[in-house]
Design a protein around this ligand. Structure first.
Ligand SMILES: NC(=O)c1ccc[n+]([C@@H]2O[C@H](COP(=O)([O-])OP(=O)(O)OC[C@H]3O[C@@H](n4cnc5c(N)ncnc54)[C@H](OP(=O)(O)O)[C@@H]3O)[C@@H](O)[C@H]2O)c1
Length: 341
């Protein structure tokens, strides 16, 4: 029998992805959709400003949106959270205390002592941290959307080679700012050279994710310098990466092409066959052509060059699928097959 799940923040950018990705899911069935008090009591199909390419799934259209004020008791034990961080700060903790398994997209708890930032291809063993949380339920977060695209190829490299001194420059999509996040006049035909807190998140999260968990998290040692930009692209964060590596180009390309992880071994339903798609064509990857590789769950890597020991490449990943809702669903699938939920 499928496990019942609730989606919090279901009307937003990430919430809509959850609603779409969880249609006909083999493990999970969506039985509640939550929004803010402004949406409560209305049919999802009437209140949502739907922005995805695929239509609103039939199952969701007539569901009545709930809010916490109306029903503070959440019936479902599994909660997919796409809440703003100020709401998630306390609510996700309350949910975990009362026995819910929360799969979160917000940054609120990413640095908490026993909360993993889980990317199942990269650090599946970090899931063990939930056993130390001391609550009936738990919180598992996924990474910031630009961190996710970065750490997957980094893991492929660190598995085989020593790396150091990483520089990354991002070109991040509009959808990363949320459904009402940007004014058209600010971003149309323009580039915004700053995204609040994003550079710090990339630097901090990358080290935690690539690090170890052995009763406590220990950061991976790496100097990271990130610069983030918002660009007029609808979906897909592109990042240009420079780092020092002790390896030859053919073995670097093989490491990226051959990379696979636990989700592929376990054949988890949302796992892409190839976590990394490598391009030799210098004009790829492009958001318009490549953002949906592996149903939005593969990251695309191209422009790979090695000059001395300096490696550079360009990576593209889907910010609301691999970097948000799809990443959370994959985390829940791993927890499910491990018997944790
Ligand atoms: N967008 C991305 O690419 C991305 C990627 C990774 C992580 N994230 C994170 O995921 C979270 C959601 O982001 P988003 O882009 O989906 O934001 P969004 O489009 O602005 O959606 C926010 C959602 O939260 C609900 N909400 C707002 N205030 C609330 C309140 N006081 N109580 C309960 N619900 C409330 C909204 O409901 P109403 O419509 O009813 O107001 C809406 O469903 C954020 O923490 C963000 O940092 C986003």
């Amino acid at each position: 029998m499928k496990k019942k799940v609730a989606i919090m923040g279901a009307t937003g950018m990430v919430g809509q992805r959850f609603v779409s990705l969880l249609e006909n899911h083999p493990f999970f069935e969506v039985t509640s959709l939550y929004g803010s008090s402004k949406s409560k009591g209305k049919k999802y199909g009437d209140v949502v400003q739907w922005v995805l390419e695929k239509d609103i799934p039939q199952y969701a259209k007539d569901m009545v949106v709930k809010s916490f004020e109306e029903s503070p008791e959440v019936e479902e034990s599994i909660v997919f959270s796409a809440l703003p961080s100020d709401v998630a700060d306390t609510l996700e903790v309350e949910l975990a205390k009362s026995g819910h398994f929360v799969f979160s997209n917000t940054s609120s708890h990413r640095y908490d002592r026993f909360i993993p930032i889980l990317i199942p291809e990269v650090n599946p063993d970090h899931i063990e941290a939930v056993k130390y949380q001391g609550t009936k339920g738990f919180i598992i977060t996924n990474a910031n959307c630009s961190t996710t695209g970065l750490v997957i190829p980094l893991k492929a490299l660190t598995e085989r080679f020593k790396i150091s001194n990483l520089f990354v420059v991002t070109m991040q999509a509009i959808s990363g700012a949320g459904i009402h996040g940007l004014y058209a006049l600010d971003i149309h035909g323009n580039i915004l050279p700053y995204i609040a807190n994003e550079e710090e998140k990339i630097e901090r999260e990358t080290k935690k994710i690539l690090g170890t968990f052995d009763g406590e998290f220990k950061d991976f040692e790496l100097e990271i310098f990130a610069r983030t930009n918002r660009v007029p692209v609808r979906e897909g964060h592109t990042e240009v990466v420079f780092l020092e590596v002790e390896a030859y180009l053919p073995e670097i390309i093989s490491a990226l092409k051959e990379f696979k992880g636990v989700p592929q071994e376990l054949k988890l339903p949302t796992a892409p066959e190839k976590p990394i798609v490598v391009f030799e064509d210098p004009l790829r990857p492009q958001p318009v052509l490549d953002v949906n590789k592996g149903n939005g769950m593969s990251v695309s890597v191209g422009r790979i060059k090695l000059k001395g020991s300096t490696l550079t490449f360009t990576v593209l990943s889907h910010n609301t699928i691999r970097g948000a809702a799809g990443g959370s669903v994959l985390n829940a699938e791993l927890a499910y097959v491990k018997g944790l939920i």
